[in-house]
Ligand binder design. Sequence first.
Ligand SMILES: Nc1nc2c(ncn2[C@@H]2O[C@H](COP(=O)(O)OP(=O)(O)OP(=O)(O)O)[C@@H](O)[C@H]2O)c(=O)[nH]1
Ligand SMILES: [Mg+2]
Length: 247
Amino acid sequence: MPVQSVSNVKVVVPAFNEEATIAPVVAAIQAEGFGVVVVDDGSRDQTREVAAQAGATVLALPFNLGVGGALRAGLLYASREADAIAVQCDADGQHPPAEIKHLLEALDGADIVIGSRFAGKGAYVARGPRRWAMTMLGAVMSRLHHVRLSDVTSGFRAFSPQAVSVLAQRLPPDYLADTVLALMIAKEYGLRVTQVPVEMRERQGGMASSGPFRSVFYLARAVMLVALGLLSLGLRSASRRLGGEGR
Ligand SMILES: Nc1nc2c(ncn2[C@@H]2O[C@H](COP(=O)(O)OP(=O)(O)OP(=O)(O)O)[C@@H](O)[C@H]2O)c(=O)[nH]1
Ligand SMILES: [Mg+2]
């Protein structure tokens, strides 16, 4: 069966004040043959009405949770069906739906497939502190998962049924938690992570909710959370080793 016609794939689109871009995003995903779930994250504009009119299933959160919280709600919704596969896709038009099939193909052999904009396809560039933090986080996650991961903050991803059920219960709500911390959780649960090159564009309309300073703050916070997470993974595996030796 061609990947495009797999009926258990749900494309989850977290959306916060994206009335300018959400309709073409929904239409482009549907044109690829996939069902769309827009998670409206307490938007103050017409995002939810526009998304529903475009034919998406809309989960409307009563207040803003953050991208991780919105994604988790979407995964929880997807996980009500057996063997649900989910794809995460931005609402701002950055992620071309034509790439979704490539993410899904790579799920054969992985539980989380990251669409990487820095793996040789497309011309997307990140600069300055943002680029440094991304490179550093990428190096740490590549080591942790024993595979090259060049874009660990990418929010264009596919999830196997196992990843859907783990992340629907465990994903923290904060911005970047949906990306970087999901990889720490993946390590804890033995989920296999890989990447495929994808083309990404600039946002196609509307406004990014965090400006350059806020983005750097969020990245710095992600670096700290990863450091704490690594410490906790290390302590847990040391205590398991000690427990094993005692037996
Ligand atoms: N920033 C932000 N985005 C949210 C939130 N809830 C859901 N989203 C959606 O999550 C996706 C990613 O947010 P963006 O603001 O585009 O962040 P980004 O893609 O990392 O940054 P840009 O490269 O500036 O577009 C978009 O589809 C948002 O609409 C929220 O509370 N804050
Ligand atoms: Mg974006």
